[in-house]
Design a protein around this ligand. Structure first.
Ligand code: UGY
Ligand code: MN
Length: 253
C-alpha cells in the first residue's frame, strides 16, 4: 500500500534547524524580504549578527528584470558579491563590472557600489566590518570568475578548494569554492575559532555539525559558529560544491 507523498508544507517535513553552534536554512524556509535602496530585489538574510555570534552578513538576492540599487550602498563595510544565476552590472570606484554566473567582486571597506540586473538574476552578498591591523596594508578590489581560479587539492577535506580572494594577511575574509567528487569525505573533524557561512551550490551530502548529522543539498545555507565541530561527506548521485565564507588572518579579539 502506498500513502500520499510527504508534502513540503507539512511541519514534519521541515529541515531548517537552529542549534547552539549552527543554523540550517533551506529554500522552503525563506521568507520574502526587502532592504533599503534595493528596488525590485528580494533580499533574504541568511546570516546576520542576530544569528548566534555571527560577525558578518550574508544575503540571497533575487533581482527582477530591471531591479537594482536606487543609490550607492555598502558604506562602512567590505562587500563581496557572487552571482549564482543571470548577470549583474556593478558600478564601484568609477569602474563598471559586468558579472555573470560564477563571477564575483570584492570591494574593500570604503568603496560603495551600485548594482542592477537587466534580466532576472540571483546572487549572494556577504558584508562585514574590516578588521584593520597596524602595519598591515588594506585589501584591494578583486574581480574574477570561479572558472579562472585554481582548484587546489586538499587532503583534509577530500576535495579541492578554489580561493576566490588572495589569502594573504591584508584580507580578513576568505571566500572559497569547495568541490567534492561523489563519495568524497573530510579526513578529520574540524574544530576552529573561525565562523562559516556555507551556501550549497551543487549536489548534496551529509554534514556533521555540532553533534548532529544533517542532510544538505543545493540551495541550503549553513551558518557555523566558532568552534562548531564540522565534517562533510558527499552523497547522492552527483558531485557536490559549496561556497564558503571564513574569517581569516585575525586573532579573534
Ligand atoms: O577551511 C575550512 O575551515 C573548511 N575546510 N571548512 C569546511 O569546509 N567546513
Ligand atoms: Mn571549517
Amino acid at each position: 500500500m502506498t500513502g500520499p507523498a510527504i508534502r513540503a508544507d507539512y511541519v514534519s517535513a521541515n529541515r531548517g534547524r537552529v542549534r547552539d553552534s549552527y543554523i540550517l536554512i533551506c529554500p522552503e524556509n525563506l521568507v520574502e524580504n526587502s532592504l533599503p535602496h534595493l528596488r525590485g530585489v528580494n533580499a533574504q538574510p541568511l546570516a546576520t549578527p542576530r544569528a548566534l555570534p555571527a560577525r558578518f552578513g550574508e544575503y540571497l538576492l533575487d533581482f527582477e528584470p530591471g531591479a537594482g540599487t536606487t543609490r550607492p550602498i555598502g558604506a562602512g563595510f567590505e562587500n563581496f558579491l557572487y552571482v549564482l544565476e543571470g548577470e549583474l552590472r556593478v558600478r564601484a570606484a568609477d569602474d563598471g563590472y559586468p558579472i555573470k554566473a560564477g563571477g564575483y567582486l570584492f570591494l574593500p571597506q570604503g568603496v560603495e557600489f551600485e548594482v542592477d540586473a537587466a534580466g532576472t538574476a540571483r546572487a549572494l552578498w556577504v558584508k562585514r566590518r574590516y578588521e584593520a591591523v597596524d602595519g598591515v596594508a588594506a585589501p584591494e578590489i578583486v574581480a574574477g570568475h570561479v572558472d579562472e581560479v585554481e582548484h587546489i587539492p586538499d587532503e583534509t577535506i577530500g576535495g579541492t578548494y578554489a580561493p576566490l580572494l588572495p589569502l594573504d594577511e591584508r584580507y580578513d575574509m576568505a571566500m572559497n569554492v569547495m568541490r567534492f567528487d561523489l563519495g568524497a569525505r573530510f579526513t578529520m573533524v574540524e574544530v576552529h575559532h573561525q565562523e562559516h557561512g556555507l551556501y550549497m551550490l551543487e549536489g548534496q551530502g551529509v554534514y556533521y555539525l555540532g553533534e548532529d548529522h544533517v542532510e544538505v543539498a543545493a540551495g541550503d545555507f549553513v551558518y557555523m559558529a566558532p568552534y562548531c565541530p564540522q565534517y562533510f561527506y558527499a552523497t547522492g548521485s552527483a558531485n557536490a560544491a559549496y561556497l564558503l565564507y571564513k574569517d581569516i588572518n585575525r586573532d579573534g579579539f
